[in-house]
Design a binder for this molecule. Structure first.
Ligand code: XMP
Ligand code: MG
Length: 181
């Protein structure tokens, strides 16, 4: 079933399930049997994170972060990051879990801030990568799917806080993208 505001399904529930399971295998191959601190970027990453970690054989501690950027005029502004859960990242193997990499500015800011906490390793996994939109030189260590430049909803991604619980990733109709409620 699709929502009226969803133009088409880009990634079905089944494709996502298969790829998330594969991603967990790729991650486990890198970390061996070491403990990971998974840092989920709120809010969009919560669905992906929950599915991914249940396929990981490693011991996992959890932290969540909320990133807020203080835009001043046209300047993107400083990023402030609030961490909850496991906040001691010093000497730990930290894996940032994000829903989508777009311009790359958010992830770049987050990594800069987390690096100051002295993790032993700092890696990133994103479900979706809008490769063509990149504005800073950054790539994720693990990528679920490269995706086209369209407004995507579902599987954690929202439009005006809706659609996060759709089990698939869909393309939002452009008429709907302009609406805010
Ligand atoms: P940057 O540009 O800093 O932004 O890489 C990444 C953040 O932008 C949001 N984003 C989206 N959210 N559908 C969404 O629901 C999209 O198609 C989309 N593209 C980018 C997202 O919050 C991500 O963390
Ligand atoms: Mg996000």
């Amino acid at each position: 079933m699709t929502e009226p505001d969803v133009e088409r399904v880009l990634l079905s529930r089944e494709r996502i399930e298969t790829r998330v399971c594969e991603l967990a295998g790729e991650i486990a191959a890198v970390y061996g049997d070491g403990e990971i601190v998974a840092v989920g970027v709120l809010t969009g990453a919560f669905v992906f994170l929950a599915d991914l970690v249940r396929h990981l054989p490693n011991r996992v501690r959890f932290s969540f972060l909320k990133a807020d950027s203080y835009a001043t005029g046209t300047y993107p502004g400083a990023l402030s990051v609030t961490l909850v859960g496991e906040t001691d990242l010093s000497g730990r193997d930290v894996l940032v879990v994000e829903d989508i990499l777009d311009t790359g500015r958010t992830l770049e800011g987050i990594l800069g801030i987390l690096r100051r906490r002295g993790p032993r390793t700092l890696r990133t996994v994103v479900l979706l990568d809008k490769v063509s939109r990149r504005e800073v030189a950054i790539s994720a260590d693990f990528v679920g799917f490269p995706v086209p430049d369209a407004f995507l909803v579902g599987y954690g991604l929202d439009h005006a806080q809706r659609y996060r619980n759709l089990p698939y990733v869909g393309v939002l109709r452009s008429e709907a993208a302009g609406k805010s409620s």
